[in-house]
Ligand binder design. Structure first.
Ligand SMILES: NC(=O)c1ccc[n+]([C@@H]2O[C@H](COP(=O)([O-])OP(=O)(O)OC[C@H]3O[C@@H](n4cnc5c(N)ncnc54)[C@H](O)[C@@H]3O)[C@@H](O)[C@H]2O)c1
Length: 323
């Protein structure tokens, strides 16, 4: 087959990350770019090539696969239009905002017969792949998870709930997806939230119980500084603690002595360390092999369901249960 022609809608930060990666993949060709700020698409075209389009319709006519890299609230509309145009779709996280939009897009994606992948890149990050491998060799009992941000100021729209859907749709949602990837399906959650720095709930403490008996605590703060590691999973097994430090390192302490082994990934280039290179390669693999993507529309839907359930639990003061 000839190269997969990639069209990118939204050539801001993450659109350019993907553009650079696909430009290096010999099975892909960055063929079309569209951004409502035309200069941004022109700048990207100067670095990786591709036709600068003046509408998304023009972009659809000039590609086989569409990457949706615009701010959160625009994802369902653009992704559904791309599916309707018969394109494979890679949709950045969050899959959608709100359960109705998520259900609508899930329905469209599942009926499309094309590849639909959601940008939960961390599933491909070597640190989290290694964590899954270590956990599969042991029985994990419980865990503590942290997913913080330093601010909601950059990009400016990250503090605007009309665009983000709420802080949990920002980085926190990545580790909601990660919990399903590492530990299985969630049966019940209880959540507390409060508001401090921004005009929305910006601090969260959540307890999750899983169908397999596993349980964990989860903390997420929007204004905790960017102190390392702002993202961490501490998993507790039989006389063993396995701790991640962002996507840089895993510390694995086994037995009853305070020793630990380190798995380090800091020498891996950032775009690979964060899993972007691997998720983009997997998207091309799925298109060429005709297989479902490794992060499906259903996975995207489930992460939105978790975000909405946490907000609902805080609002109602009740636990939320899942079938
Ligand atoms: N997976 C990750 O690790 C990761 C990292 C960063 C961002 N993201 C997600 O990617 C999306 C984009 O984030 P970003 O940081 O690149 O934002 P950004 O502000 O840097 O870029 C967004 C671009 O989209 C353009 N745009 C806005 N509305 C548009 C529309 N309707 N049609 C065409 N272009 C439009 C803007 O002009 C801008 O250039 C967000 O949903 C964010 O949550 C994911």
């Amino acid at each position: 087959m000839s190269k997969v022609r990639i069209g990118i809608v939204g050539t801001g930060y993450i659109g350019n990350v993907h553009a650079r990666i696909f430009a290096k993949d010999e099975r892909a060709d960055v063929s079309a770019l569209f951004d409502i700020v035309g200069e941004r698409a022109e700048k990207t075209a100067r670095s990786v090539g591709g036709r600068v389009c003046i509408s998304r319709e023009e972009l659809f006519e000039n590609c086989d696969a569409v990457l949706v890299c615009t701010p959160n609230k625009t994802h369902p509309d653009i992704a559904a239009a791309a599916v309707s145009a018969g394109k494979h779709v890679f949709c950045e996280k969050p899959f959608a905002i709100g359960i109705d939009e998520a259900k609508g897009l899930l329905d469209v994606a599942e009926r499309s017969g094309k590849v639909f992948q959601v940008g939960h890149n961390r599933r491909f990050a070597p640190a989290y792949v290694k964590l899954k491998e270590l956990l599969s060799s042991d029985k994990v009992h419980s865990a503590h998870i942290k997913m913080n941000r330093g601010e909601l100021l950059n990009p400016t729209w990250t503090g605007d709930t009309n665009i983000t859907g709420g802080f949990l749709y920002e980085t926190t949602i990545h580790l909601f997806d990660m919990m399903r990837f590492q530990f299985g399906e969630i049966a019940e959650l209880a959540a507390y939230g409060s508001q401090h720095e921004y005009p929305e709930l910006d601090e969260f403490s959540i307890i999750f119980k899983f169908h397999n008996g596993f349980h964990c605590t989860f903390a997420s703060s929007s204004d905790a500084s960017w102190h390392f590691p702002f993202e961490r999973i501490e998993a507790f097994c039989h006389h063993r603690t396995i701790m991640t430090e962002e996507m840089e390192r895993i510390l694995d302490s086994q037995g009853i002595d305070p020793n630990f082994e380190t798995h380090s990934f800091h020498m891996v280039e950032k775009e690979e360390r964060w899993g972007y290179v691997q998720e983009d390669a997997a998207f091309i693999d799925s298109i060429l092999d005709g297989n479902a993507s490794p992060v499906t529309a259903f996975d995207g839907y489930k992460s939105v369901e978790l975000v909405e359930s946490v907000y609902r639990a805080i609002d109602s003061g009740e636990r939320v249960q899942f079938d």
